[in-house]
Design a protein around this ligand. Structure first.
Ligand code: COA
Length: 161
């Protein structure tokens, strides 16, 4: 049986930190499904469609990485896909509390679900999507922090207004 892990997130935008987790994830699982969350209450800079397209472009020609989206509960999405593995990255101790709450809540809703954590490697552990948006909006370069396509699209988005 194939081991399929869901890697969920808002990815607004997708960063090298996310990339780091996925590249390591595919060494452990047969497939990683990058699941872009459609959260109507969260204001995002990129639409759901834009986030999905950007990530699909990054993983073009990589059948082991699938890019999808979901709305509603993650556990329902996992059941629909027929997998019980969720992959999450843990950057610093400040991520721990939030991740613990989420993993345990998901397990309450779907006891078979296992959340597997990977520690984000140090060159990426300080990165966050908000910081990247701030750096680019203030004229800085996020070259070391995001894939090229993300910086390009973000620049276009932020400066078109
Ligand atoms: N490297 C760098 N940054 C990372 C990272 C990594 N490996 N992992 C996370 N981050 C950052 C992101 O850039 C983002 O930064 P920001 O706060 O500045 O925007 C932040 O951590 C969180 O982003 P992300 O990993 O995308 O997670 P999220 O909190 O946006 O997504 C969901 C959480 C979508 C998984 C969760 O809300 C969910 O499951 N929603 C569905 C509804 C549901 O089931 N709710 C009940 C949950 S118990």
């Amino acid at each position: 049986m194939k081991r399929v892990a869901i890697y969920p997130g808002s990815f607004d935008p997708f960063t090298n930190g996310h990339l780091n987790i996925i590249e390591r994830g595919v060494k452990v699982f047969d497939n990683v499904i990058v699941a872009v969350a459609h959260n109507v209450s969260k204001k995002t800079i990129f639409t759901l469609d834009e986030r999905v397209k950007i990530i699909r472009e990054i993983f073009k020609g990589r059948p082991e990485v699938r890019v999808d989206y979901f709305q509603g509960l993650l556990v329902e999405y996992a059941k629909k896909l027929g997998t019980n593995i969720v992959l999450r990255g843990m950057r610093t101790v400040s991520d721990f509390e939030y991740e613990l709450q989420m993993a345990l809540s998901n397990k309450t809703l779907y006891p078979e679900l296992e959340t597997i954590f990977m520690v984000t490697e140090s060159p990426h552990s300080h990165i966050s999507s908000s910081l990247i948006k701030e750096i680019i909006s203030l004229g800085g370069s996020a070259k070391e922090m995001v894939p090229e396509i993300v910086e390009k699209k973000l620049r276009k988005k932020l400066f078109k207004k």
